[in-house]
Design a protein around this ligand. Sequence first.
Ligand code: FEO
Length: 391
Amino acid sequence: MKEIGKNIFYVGINDNDIDLFENVYNVPNGVTYNSYLIMDEKITLLDTVDVRKSDEWLKKIDESLNGKKIDYLIVSHVEPDHSSNIQAITEKYPDVTLVGNQKTFQFLSQFFNIDSNIKKQEVKEGDVLDIGSHKLQFFMAPMVHWPEVMCTYEQTEKIIFSADAFGKFGVVDEENIYEDSEEQWLPEARRYYINIVGKYGPQVQALLKKISTLDIKMICPLHGPILNNNLDYYIDKYNTWSTYMPEEKGTLIAFASIHGNTKEAAKKVYDLLKDQGGIKSMDLSRCDVYEAVAEAFKYDKMVVLASSYNAGVFTPMEEFLNILKTKQYQNRKVAIVENGSWAPSAGMCMRAAFLDMKNIDVVPDVVTIKSSMKEEDIPKLENMVNSLIET
Ligand code: FEO
């Protein structure tokens, strides 16, 4: 186990075998389930791990405790990737006290059959648990990412245990548990945030406001590396994401092409935009749609191009737009290109999707391509691009 503060240890587990996190998000570099152990007068464990790694983790806890018993188990979040071993801990250490809030205990009883005789300590906003030389203060963080989520601030070491907030996909090297590069953190932290927590921007804002009053030296999330350097950078990213503002000027070109003709138009749009700074083109039929969603949030502009299909829009685009809406995509400028051979319908569908989102400035003229891009289509694409980039 790795000591990250005085008598505070990282006891999390890497999961290299998982293919889909929450059974939907690709995690090519795996994921961690973080857990922390404070060896004080009262031995305190913060969170458990997913059932996928129970044996490995319970062995690690056993070795870390070296014959001692756990006094408190703080439950930051009842989602099963963190709570699946709470029952195992209560069975092994029946004198343990579970620490959570009213909703924590409600959800725990829904998920598990924990012995009703196990001690429970219900905490509220600002309560402090004195475990010896460490003092743990609780801050409720409802809907970051579930209603019962709470963060724990260790007052002497000035560490915030931030639950799902500030998490990142990917495993860690336990000997080098601290993130040492903001650039390295950003892409997978962004994909994690936008897709897992992104819907709940106002709730993340409320948490950021609360923790802005604290002196924080280290952020310990439930997934990914610990942050102990240049914390303003990470907090600033969370502020941008949770207010649904773009990170940078640039354009995502997202296309859904059946036979390659819409893809040709996307290539032309790329050529027209490539001198305008940040640009990325993604084939929605082949890329990870959740990565495309994260990229859409990164930039201030987007061009969507899609074929008409079943009197609607080609399904990869339909799915992409549906996800954008659920993640509260807003405050962007968007241009639309449709392709259709006899009754183009994709443009109308895409426009309707954006009208259903907040503060999307849609370039008025939808460019229509009939089956394949022709020379006469190019001025229309140029005009569309000019309208997109004009401020
Ligand atoms: Fe990592 Fe919302 O659980």
